[in-house]
Design a protein around this ligand. Structure first.
Ligand SMILES: Cc1cc2nc3c(=O)[nH]c(=O)nc-3n(C[C@H](O)[C@H](O)[C@H](O)COP(=O)(O)OP(=O)(O)OC[C@H]3O[C@@H](n4cnc5c(N)ncnc54)[C@H](O)[C@@H]3O)c2cc1C
Length: 302
């Protein structure tokens, strides 16, 4: 199918993009890699009258270390992040980005675009939540910073308003003694996961000094699971504790029907998805795997 008609505007910089968005009105949309937006246009799930392409805005093509953060600009592709030696400092991102779709999609799709699209099953929004990422949002009224915990509002909904642009995301460099891991199950390699889990775990003298666990695919947005985190915090972790934490990980979640848009990769069902109970079971097993790997990487026993 062909997309509905739209007018195309190429932004030369972040500031130019915001000026265009503000001049073109609230229905104008940012076009980043187009790997989610173009399928939505083709399927007539979106009909923005104007697209503002940020792909050639050089000031948004950023990948740099700034203090204890890795900063990724809105035009930086998933492949650029995947193949940069800088990314190793954020092991959860380094691992998860390789699970996003296939190489041709990662060559065009952006890290920030995936987070801004906010599919509840996607890998990178969950990574942002686990790591307490910070988003820099530009708008006609200036710049604001939004923490990942306040960014994801629901399936395909974020705190970014009409006329605003996410200019960059900043992710913390892993502290010494930290192990991180992403684990997911998908029906085919490269598909969106049925459910996935991201873990960041820091050991100090053998005890868990900090832990963050996030899930994708089981709620209307990526979620942290504090009940599982509490089981581990301060403890000397072992297999039994990991099993308990994994069991607790889905305890506080609301059961959701399979028809729930949270379970889908686009705002309407494009393929049948497994029911909530199955996704929750998958999520628990991914938590167990991610915790076991993160613990080993942190230098703890398994
Ligand atoms: C076949 C296929 C398989 C895929 N599999 C996966 C997968 O397994 N896992 C996964 O996570 N993703 C998958 N994707 C999606 C892919 O990761 C997209 O690249 C990503 O979701 C969106 O990034 P993008 O840069 O292409 O954004 P676009 O498609 O250009 O934009 C997506 C949305 O975000 C908005 N947006 C983008 N950037 C900004 C910004 N800077 N500020 C404000 N709003 C912005 C756009 O307006 C639009 O609404 C798949 C895509 C395809 C086509």
């Amino acid at each position: 199918m062909k997309p509905p008609p739209f007018s195309y505007h190429r932004a030369g910089s972040g500031e130019h993009a915001v000026a265009l968005l503000s001049a073109l009105g609230p229905r104008a949309k940012v076009l980043a890699g187009g790997q989610s937006l173009l399928p939505m246009l083709n399927l007539r799930l979106a009909d923005p009258p104007h697209l503002v392409d940020i792909g050639r805005a050089e000031d948004l093509r950023i990948l740099r270390r700034a203090g204890d953060r890795l900063v990724i600009g809105a035009a930086t592709t998933q492949s650029e992040v995947e193949y940069s030696s800088l990314t190793a400092a954020v092991p959860l991102l380094a691992e998860a980005v390789g699970y996003v779709a296939h190489p041709p999609i990662r060559h065009r799709g952006t890290v920030v675009g995936s987070m801004a699209h906010a599919a509840a099953v996607a890998e990178l929004p969950c990574v942002a939540l686990v790591l307490d990422a910070r988003f820099t949002v530009l708008g006609a009224d200036g710049v604001r910073t939004v923490a990942a915990g306040d960014f994801f509002l629901g399936p395909f909904r974020t705190a970014v308003g009409p006329g605003e642009l996410v200019a960059e995301v900043a992710l913390p460099i892993a502290a010494p003694g930290t192990g991180q891991a992403w684990s997911e199950f998908s029906l085919r390699r490269g598909n969106f996961p049925v459910a996935g889990a991201g873990v960041s775990l820091t050991l100090h003298h053998g005890r868990v000094a900090a832990v963050a666990i996030g899930l994708s695919g089981v709620a209307d947005r990526p979620v942290r699971v504090p009940s599982a985190e509490r089981i581990l915090l301060g403890a000397v972790p072992d297999d039994e504790l990991i099993t308990r934490a994994a069991a607790a990980a889905t305890e506080d979640l609301e059961p959701r029907p399979a028809a729930d848009p949270a379970a889908h990769i686009l705002p309407v069902p494009v393929a049948p998805v497994p029911g909530f109970d199955y996704r929750a079971r998958v999520a628990r097993s991914q938590v167990r795997r991610a915790l076991t790997t993160a613990l080993a990487r942190a230098g703890g026993t398994r």
